[in-house]
Design a protein around this ligand. Structure first.
Ligand SMILES: [Zn+2]
Length: 289
């Protein structure tokens, strides 16, 4: 089951539901999943479990010691296990961690994002201004989720060329990319070390929880691709878990209008030739400062 399959399953699941109150109450999902919710104190690092009774009812238990936005995410993640029929493989790996995550868990995370931040509601609420820490915090508050969950969703659904990178212990674990970035084959390798010269590298080296933004050279992050452009990086480092997150984005007019193959060669299309105006669309006007 790839990300597009999971997305489609989730969107079919939520289509008939009344989502107006999900900011305060997720029971619409629980009811649709034939589940009931229990909250109890669980061990540190444990977020939730699901048991199925002989009568078929699912009992979703979440850790009442965790922050409310974390509990909301867990309710959606556990509902995903039920709806997708995927067994849990939690195995004591912290739920925020992509390290050694089982494919079932990653699929349930994708599904959970679709429930917690439904795309129609998201697109209606997202501010039309440039990405910023304030915009991400606003969206996290609107949907009752964490900053990283909102930032990842922001990148996935953005019309801008935009990516959200999750790093743990100095290594890239996961990158969510917008359609515009996927189309031009801008790729960030999982498992690569946090690149030197990035804001993420600097904040992690500082060794304290903080947020900063800056403009960096695009080829610091994207390999096998055109170089020489400006990239905005909004970075947040969490020292206690040694987790670093970066929201990367280009201003819209800077996006190369051509597709590139994985070796960074431009993919020629007849359509593009017809649109030539005499101006060179690539490289863009805004070169690296
Ligand atoms: Zn799970």
């Amino acid at each position: 089951m790839d990300e597009a399959d999971v997305q489609q399953r989730a969107r079919s699941f939520i289509a008939p539901l009344d989502l107006r109150n999900i900011r305060d109450d997720l029971s619409v999902y629980l009811n649709a999943a034939n589940a009931i919710l229990r909250k109890e104190e669980m061990e540190v690092g444990e977020s939730g479990t699901t048991l199925t009774r002989p009568d078929g009812k699912h009992i979703i238990t979440v850790n009442s010691c965790e922050p409310s936005e974390r509990q909301r995410y867990t309710i959606c993640h556990e509902s995903a296990h039920v709806i997708l029929g995927l067994s849990s493989s939690h195995d004591g790996v912290p739920s925020w961690s992509y390290v050694k995550r089982h494919p079932n868990e990653i699929a349930c995370d994708w599904f959970a994002a679709e429930l917690l931040m439904p795309y129609k509601q998201w697109l209606a609420a997202v501010p039309k201004e440039e990405p910023s820490v304030a915009v991400i915090k606003f969206m996290a508050s609107e949907f009752g989720c964490s900053y990283p969950a909102a930032a990842s969703r922001y990148a996935t659904l953005s019309a801008l060329p935009c990516a959200f990178v999750t790093m743990e212990c100095g290594t890239v674990r996961y990158a969510a990319r917008s359609t515009a970035l996927r189309r031009v084959k801008a790729w960030i390798s999982p498992r690569m070390p946090i690149p030197q010269g990035s804001v993420a590298y600097r904040l992690r080296t500082d060794g304290q929880s903080q947020i900063d933004t800056d403009i960096v050279a695009q080829d610091i992050w994207f390999q096998e691709w055109e170089s020489g452009l400006d990239l905005n990086e909004i970075c947040r480092h969490y020292q206690s878990s040694d987790t670093t997150t970066s929201l990367l984005w280009f201003e819209e007019e800077i996006l190369p209008k051509y597709e590139f193959d994985r070796f960074g060669r431009r993919v020629e299309e007849d359509e593009d030739l017809a649109e030539l105006t005499g101006d060179l669309p690539w490289p863009g006007k805004r070169r690296r400062r």
